[in-house]
Design a protein around this ligand. Structure first.
Ligand SMILES: CC(C)(COP(=O)(O)OP(=O)(O)OC[C@H]1O[C@@H](n2cnc3c(N)ncnc32)[C@H](O)[C@@H]1OP(=O)(O)O)[C@@H](O)C(=O)NCCC(=O)NCCS
Length: 326
């Protein structure tokens, strides 16, 4: 007898997005009390003016829960009706249980499939690719995806090469069935030979605390060459021309990287470009959904518009899609 398989669906879409920002504002001035730098240098080299770090009582867990609640409310999907919860994080403090298992309990979910993925700053796009595939294959109806990071806890505040970059936050989205195409093909991949360009210490060897280490120039070069091409591939795979885009929401790593991608893609003037890094810093897996939420809340972008999203980072890994904004 042939095995019965789930009934596939043709399309999926993002039904709602939600974000949570840590509450402590760390300005460039404050940052420069920790490292040998100037507020102007940081702003000119990255576009960051301030970032958010967790305050007492906040963690990657509390931020994930807050972002997830908002995404559920905006999508009109009850937590009990979510089949799968995927959290992308490199900041969870336990090997097991997964952050997703803990957040599922906090959200009062039923018995969803729960698991975490580790795809650093490409985490949201990786999770979206998985959610899209699960929904279309008929293996899930509603998938909640979350990127949640508290990188301040892994930041060596004496390292002038990394300390000013990272921020804490979470972003979430609910993915469900759609009548029309609303998530283009996922263009994703990795650069395994460069796995050691951005790392968090091996906990067995960390002297006191695991910290982030990064070869900034190497990452910058990769992001402005190879990654810009991947953004182009995502457009081509979706059959969308640059002039048909309404918004470009790249991972918020560095405004100069974003500028370089814009030139490479040849995006016309009218395309709205996310610049959430200015007040948020680089929140890794949370950066794309946080930037998306910010554009929607400010009215710079609106539901139904077409956006190109791309994440890239430690691994090295990258992931990109063309989506319809929720
Ligand atoms: C980290 C980053 C901002 C550094 O900028 P950069 O222009 O590459 O800086 P460099 O390391 O080449 O250093 C340039 C100069 O600035 C100085 N410098 C480095 N850090 C500094 C700091 N925090 N403040 C002031 N000066 C600094 C260096 O000493 C060097 O001086 P020199 O020219 O006199 O030798 C940049 O490399 C970057 O954003 N890389 C990508 C990082 C990233 O996106 N990571 C996450 C990926 S998900």
């Amino acid at each position: 007898m042939p095995i019965t398989i789930p009934k596939a669906r043709q399309f999926s879409r993002i039904l709602g997005v939600g974000g949570a920002r840590a509450s402590r504002v760390v300005t460039n001035e404050e940052m420069c009390t920790m490292i040998d730098s100037t507020p102007e240098w940081i702003e000119q080299r990255t576009g960051i003016v301030e970032r958010r770090w967790v305050a007492e009582g906040e963690s990657a867990l509390t931020l994930a829960e807050e972002a997830a609640r908002k995404a559920l409310e905006r999508s009109g999907v009850d937590a009990a009706n979510v089949d799968t919860l995927i959290i992308s994080t490199v900041s969870h403090y336990m090997q097991t249980p997964s952050m997703a298992a803990i957040v599922a309990e906090k959200l009062g979910m039923g018995h969803p499939a729960v698991f975490d993925i580790s795809a650093a700053c490409a985490g949201f796009c990786y999770a979206l690719g998985l959610a899209d595939a699960l929904v279309r294959a008929g293996n899930a109806k509603h998938v909640l995806i979350v990127g949640s990071e508290v990188l301040s806890e892994y930041t060596d505040t004496e390292d002038r090469g990394t300390a000013f970059l990272f921020g804490d936050g979470a972003g979430a989205a609910v993915v469900g069935p759609s009548d029309v195409p609303a998530i283009g093909p996922t263009v994703w991949g990795s650069e395994p030979a460069a796995h050691d360009v951005i790392t968090i210490d091996d906990w067995r060897q960390a002297a006191a605390h695991p910290y982030i280490h990064m070869e900034g120039r190497a990452v910058f070069k990769w992001a402005t060459t190879a990654i810009a091409d991947k953004a182009k591939e995502a457009l081509a795979a979706s059959g969308i021309a640059a002039h048909e885009l309404d918004a470009f929401i790249p991972h918020q790593a560095n405004n100069r990287i974003t500028d370089s991608m814009l030139r490479h893609l040849g995006l016309p003037e009218g395309v709205v470009v996310a610049r959430d890094i200015r007040t948020t810093g680089n929140t890794s897996a949370a950066s794309v959904p946080l930037a998306m939420e910010a554009l929607l809340e400010s009215g710079e972008a609106t539901s139904g518009q077409t956006a190109l999203i791309i994440g890239f980072g430690a691994g090295l890994v990258y992931g990109a899609q063309v989506i319809t904004l929720p």
